[in-house]
Design a protein around this ligand. Structure first.
Ligand SMILES: *[C@@H]1O[C@H](CO)[C@@H](O)[C@H](O)[C@H]1NC(C)=O
Length: 488
């Protein structure tokens, strides 16, 4: 029952560079995806491979929909909330069979059309998608999928339903794929029918669609790998966050278990923070950073409920900057290293969300730490294979000698951020102590446990392509630690 083994994705496809339709930019570069295949002219795709096992972590209730109609064309959703920020948004969107090929069998809701499915599974998927729309577009302000990539939200005459195609299989064992019809500027989604009601697949793909409709990340090589953590952030937020609770309730959706994959995001935390390398990368697992930015437990200026939307909106159009550059702009005067340093400190006991914390408490004994080797007399050195790369981290749990004072000194020739995370084992509350210059002393109580978190936080951001890591971002942080009052 380990969620960490249940979701293993790989990215397959993308794009021709031909058949570019106005307005530019209308293609994503072929290097965006290392396994690029020839695709239909003028179309874009993002493929998500199937979970490796049946998606049993989905706790979405389908019982609510058992009595729903089986007539193919009947709308089954309740009326969309009127709290949308788009003043001229209609309550019922118009069908658009030309996007993705259409078909004769379909089931409608107010803002979606599912082709190739009828009955209870179509109805359940539509309720889920209407809930996702309500959470992300109506409540959190993402641009509507009913609006063309090319159109102005204030003047659009027609708002179109998002087409979702329920299919028997997809190339490359994919579970789902987001496509875009570049000339009209609409997205559509294909999902293998066995995953249609699974939010970890269908809301993930719809999250790609919402990313596409914001527009700024399209055609930018260095945002390429970031589409996947973003889509998993959409899925996990939909399933677990209070931010979507109102929308889930409106459409009868139960909250689910977090899709966090701790064996990767914690076990391999030394990797580049978003690493799109084939087979070894972490980009499907890197999304907890986005949840941290959203929940903003440290109250950093510039972060909060709309931080992920702003990461898209404030992206400097056409710049090919990395989202870390955008994040630094959102943060203003706060150095990004302080924020990523704190993010990783929170990953010591995974208190970024209640749902993620639950998974951590179940799995913590199975996770790999083991970053340091002893050089005697309370001194340690990071193992070369575990040196934190660009904005990667080491989480180093301490073995305490009972309660009392623990002093730590981290040294390195390169820039780093070191933090002590100290958890009360009775209450579960974690406190954080910044180690200025790598050095500090903390007093730990009887019911506390502690970890030293060391993060590679260079002063200058690097332009890098997560799909083709440069040697610069792979330089590990070489550091040593001395400790008294505890050991590693
Ligand atoms: C952040 O702000 C909230 C709400 O004001 C407050 O309850 C919380 O203690 C603050 N957290 C920190 C770390 O300052």
């Amino acid at each position: 029952m380990s969620p960490s083994t249940k979701y293993r994705y790989a990215l397959a496809a993308l794009f021709t560079t031909g058949a570019l339709a106005a307005p530019a930019p209308q293609f994503w570069p072929p290097q965006w995806f290392p396994q690029a295949q020839a695709q239909g002219q003028g179309q874009g795709q993002i493929t998500t491979q199937a979970p490796t096992e049946a998606a049993s972590t989905s706790t979405l209730s389908t019982a609510n929909f058992a009595a729903a109609t089986t007539t193919p064309t009947v709308a089954t959703s309740s009326t969309p909330s009127s709290s949308s920020s788009n003043s001229n948004e209609p309550s019922e969107f118009t069908a658009n069979p030309s996007i993705g090929g259409g078909g004769t069998t379909y089931t409608d809701s107010a803002r979606f059309r599912i082709y190739g499915a009828t009955g209870s599974s179509a109805d359940a998927a539509l309720q889920m998608l209407e809930a996702a729309y309500t959470c992300f577009v109506t409540d959190l302000g993402w641009r509507s999928s009913g609006l063309s990539y090319n159109s102005d939200a204030d003047t659009a005459a027609t708002w179109y339903k998002e087409n979702v195609y329920s299919v028997s299989s997809l190339d490359g064992n994919a579970a789902g794929v987001m496509n875009s019809d570049m000339s009209s500027g609409y997205s559509y989604v294909n999902v293998v029918n066995t995953y249609l009601t699974d939010p970890s697949v269908t809301v993930h793909e719809y999250g790609h669609a919402l990313t596409y409709h914001v527009g700024n990340w399209v055609d930018q090589t260095y945002t390429g790998a970031w589409w996947e953590p973003l889509a998993n952030w959409f899925a996990d937020t939909f399933m677990t966050s209070e931010l979507c609770a109102r929308a889930r309730a409106e459409y009868g959706q139960s909250a689910g278990t977090s899709v966090i994959e701790l064996a990767k995001v914690v076990g391999d935390s030394y990797q580049v923070i978003v690493d799109g390398s084939t087979d070894t990368g972490n980009y499907y697992q890197a999304w907890p950073l986005l949840t941290y930015m959203t929940n903003n437990p440290d109250n950093f200026t510039g972060l909060g409920t709309d931080a992920v939307l702003q990461l898209n909106r404030q992206y400097e159009v056409g710049s090919n900057e990395t989202p870390l550059h955008t994040l630094q702009r959102l943060l203003g005067d706060t150095p990004i290293g302080s924020v990523i340093g704190r993010y990783w400190a929170h990953m010591a006991y995974v208190d970024i969300s209640e749902a993620a914390n639950e998974v951590f408490l179940q799995q913590r004994d199975t996770l790999t730490y083991g970053n340091l080797e002893s050089s005697g007399s309370g001194s340690y050195k990071v193992k070369s294979a575990r040196q934190p790369q660009y904005f990667g981290a080491n989480i180093n749990p301490l073995t305490l000698e009972g309660s009392g004072s623990v002093s730590v000194e981290v040294s390195s020739d390169a820039a780093f951020t070191a933090t002590m995370a100290i958890r009360n084992t009775d209450s579960g509350v974690v406190r954080y102590v910044d180690l200025e210059g790598g050095k500090g002393e903390v007093t730990v109580g009887e019911s506390e446990e502690a970890s030293l978190v060391v993060v590679n936080t260079p002063e200058e951001l690097i332009q890098y392509n997560p799909f083709e890591l440069s040697s610069e971002v792979q330089v590990g942080l070489d550091y040593s630690v001395t400790v008294t009052g505890a050991s590693f």
